[in-house]
Ligand binder design. Structure first.
Ligand SMILES: Nc1ncnc2c1ncn2[C@@H]1O[C@H](COP(=O)(O)OP(=O)(O)O)[C@@H](O)[C@H]1O
Ligand SMILES: [Mg+2]
Length: 236
């Protein structure tokens, strides 16, 4: 469904070219859940943004269902069935949550339908429907609304960048239920969370802009756990 071929991203840092992603090759199959993990700054968000077209590739190719989408803008990729939820949600001055839900769903939704959409992320429609999506909402509220907006697009490929960030423990169970219910789409979740790693099918471990390991969860989780133990022993 998604194929990434020799993908690189370079940016200017202190007037020097910095290789942020270096020759990435990956293949994603239909209806599996992939978690991208790795240390801070390893390039996880950059990879997610390149797939959505939020950042332009410096070189390489991205194929979506066989179609070369490398130079397509975000809205064209969205039309093809790719959705994206930011690590730090974007706010829109003046637009109400109900308007954004209508835009994301591609049609006007009734109060009951909006209620159903928002309840998936643990929010009550009557408290939120007429609120603007601005910085008066807490980080956790913004994050939940953004996840709801991504879900109602019913995309073939969902990308979530650190969906757990800012979400309290009660809604974390909800979040896991949401990911478990996404069976008819391919899901790419950038995360450090053990519980999210455990609901994945495959894990991509990034390090310094390269793939250190790509494999089935059963293969990669023990490796990550062993490393964490080694770190704990060293820090004693
Ligand atoms: N436009 C940019 N210019 C320079 N460096 C950048 C730019 N964008 C990202 N970086 C750097 O690239 C690295 C990877 O960033 P990012 O993909 O956000 O990491 P992650 O999501 O894994 O924490 C970081 O070191 C970050 O500082
Ligand atoms: Mg990130």
């Amino acid at each position: 469904m998604l194929e990434i071929i020799n993908l690189s991203y370079r940016a200017q840092d202190d007037n020097q070219d910095k290789e942020i992603l270096d020759n990435i090759n990956l293949k994603f199959e239909d209806n599996y859940t992939y978690v991208i993990t790795g240390p801070n700054g390893s390039g996880k968000s950059t990879l997610a943004k390149l797939v959505m077209g939020i950042l332009p590739a410096s070189s390489g190719k991205i194929l979506f269902n066989g179609m070369n989408i490398t130079s397509l803008p975000i809205n064209e990729r969205a039309k093809l069935g790719i959705s994206y939820a930011f690590q730090t949600p974007v706010t829109f001055k003046g637009l109400k949550i109900r308007d954004l839900i209508d835009v994301a769903c591609g049609q006007k939704k009734s109060f009951d339908q909006i209620c159903e959409i928002l309840s998936k992320v643990g929010l009550c429609a009557k408290d939120y429907i007429n609120r603007p999506l601005d910085d008066k909402l807490s980080g956790g509220e913004l994050k939940r609304i953004e996840i709801a907006l991504a879900l109602c697009q019913e995309a073939k490929l969902n990308i979530f960048d650190e969906p757990e960030a800012g979400i309290d423990l009660w809604s974390f169970d909800n979040l896991i239920d949401i990911f478990n219910s996404l069976k008819n789409s391919t899901n790419i979740i950038v995360s450090h969370q053990k519980r999210i790693l455990h609901i994945s099918d495959y894990i991509i471990l990034l390090k310094n802009g390269q793939i250190e390991k790509f494999g089935k969860k059963e293969e990669v989780v023990p490796l990550l756990e062993k490393r964490q133990c080694a770190r704990l022993v060293r820090s004693k």
